[in-house]
Design a protein around this ligand. Structure first.
Ligand code: SF4
Length: 436
């Protein structure tokens, strides 16, 4: 049976009283050995997946919008240490939540890295199971702590950063803290593999509006270059007409008249294309691969390459392809997994409600139907990921998605009936591959 947790509205007059009741609830929960059964839901019946835990109310910054100096001065009374939950209490409360459906825990503060030995808490929480364990920090101590946090089991971090301009950043944090140290922290987190790393920016009128574009541009250029590096090998796998269709559809959406960015991407893509030369353009249903090709395909995929497979129909073709791709990516190490409709790849840009089934244009001309080669089974989607969870191969079985853009110009009826869905699938996959 589901448990409903009431929420406190801090703006209400009796908020302090409610808060005291909830503190009592949390402490009582922490002392309970077992949880009641059933998932946790909010008052509207929505399941709770994410839990934020504030481990301290203290911070070494005095951001003007959060802890202004005139309020949080030397007389301000922070919570006494004895009032904070111990690591053991936090871990017990967290376990109750995880047992009941919470899959992501975010540590926050104040500044969570100020809590002494917070790595030990991370280690305790990491042992709770297969959860996404993350932390939001101002980055001041991140350069020192990133590797230790990763070793303790943290999966990623979000860094609050309000400007790349040193003077503006110092004015925003109001303790004269230099932005270079936060950037060092971000580099250390990236080097430690705490990824994907996210940056939060608060914009305050009159203080850091001018930092928005440089910050967005920095993020954008870095993301675009990374995307180009991933996309270039994918494009290299395709004949020119498919490449131009996808570049025309997806990349134009991303680039949107940003000419400098387009040039940067083109340059990066050009470099990457020079070493991406594997020929895998062949029918998936009769796909066979020699051992040297398998080695090179594996190398290409593990370097960040991407392979999209479609237009293979029926059980026999699937068995054939699965067996052959297994020569490059052994299934004991790289299992083939389902990509259900709630996977983010189906919602990157277009919100797909199903995997469309579409025939090759030749088959459609013959039958006018949705299927091909006498197959009546519905389409299905599968993928293979690397050890970090990045999809390297996406396979759409019992459907010929690429004909929607390869053959769209041959028949207006075929175009109107199949190409919009086909583009939605293709663009979602390309965007996902370029950004993950
Ligand atoms: S770093 Fe975060 S917690 Fe600290 S004062 Fe700034 S916004 Fe508040």
């Amino acid at each position: 049976m589901a448990t409903i947790i009431p929420l406190t509205d801090a703006r209400l007059p009796d908020a302090a009283e409610q808060r005291a009741r909830h503190d009592a609830f949390v402490r009582a929960a922490a002392s309970e050995a077992t949880a009641a059964p059933g998932p946790l839901v909010d008052a509207r019946g929505r399941p709770l997946h994410d839990l934020r835990i504030s481990v301290t109310d203290r911070c070494n910054f005095r951001c003007v919008y959060c802890m202004p100096k005139d309020v949080f001065d030397s007389d301000y009374r922070f919570l006494p240490h004895g009032d904070l939950l111990t690591f053991e209490e936090i871990a017990r409360v967290a376990k109750l939540f995880v047992d009941r459906g919470v899959a992501k825990i975010r540590l926050t503060g104040g500044e969570p890295l100020l809590r002494r030995n917070v790595e030990r808490l991370v280690e305790m929480l990491a042992r709770l199971g297969d959860i996404d364990l993350t932390l939001t920090t101002n980055g001041a101590l991140l350069a020192k702590k990133a590797a230790g946090l990763r070793d303790a089991g943290l999966t990623r971090v979000t860094v609050s950063l309000d400007s790349l301009d040193d003077a503006t950043f110092r004015a925003m944090n109001d303790v004269d803290f230099p932005v270079a140290k936060v950037l060092d922290g971000i580099d250390a987190a990236a080097a430690a593999g705490l990824a994907p790393l996210k940056v939060n920016m608060v914009v305050k009128r009159g203080m850091n509006e001018r930092s928005i574009l440089p910050m967005a541009r920095q993020e954008e250029v870095e993301a675009a270059i990374a995307a180009a590096q991933r996309a270039a090998p994918l494009m290299a796998e395709m004949p020119a007409h498919r490449r131009s269709a996808i570049l025309g559809g997806a990349a134009a959406l991303i680039l949107e008249r940003k000419e400098d960015l387009a040039r940067t991407i083109a340059a990066e893509a050009g470099k990457a294309l020079k070493f991406a030369r594997i020929e895998v353009e062949r029918a998936a249903s009769t796909f066979t691969i020699a051992s040297e090709e398998a080695r090179r395909l594996r190398e290409y995929l593990l370097k960040g390459g991407f392979l999209f497979v479609s237009d293979y129909w029926g059980d026999w073709a699937k068995e054939q392809f699965d067996e052959q791709i297994g020569l490059a990516l052994p299934p004991n190490q790289f299992p083939i997994v389902d990509l259900p409709l709630n996977h983010p790849i189906w919602h990157t840009l277009f919100d797909l409600k199903n995997i469309p089934q579409m025939p090759s244009i030749q088959s459609w001309r013959r039958t006018g139907g949705n299927t091909d080669r006498g197959v009546m089974a519905p389409p299905s989607a599968h993928g293979i990921a690397d050890s970090d969870g990045h999809l390297m191969v996406v396979m759409l079985h019992n459907t010929d998605i690429p004909d929607g853009w390869e053959r769209e110009g041959e028949d207006p009826e075929y175009f109107y009936r199949f190409s919009p869905d086909s583009y939605a699938v293709g663009i979602n996959i390309v965007l996902y591959a370029m950004t993950h």
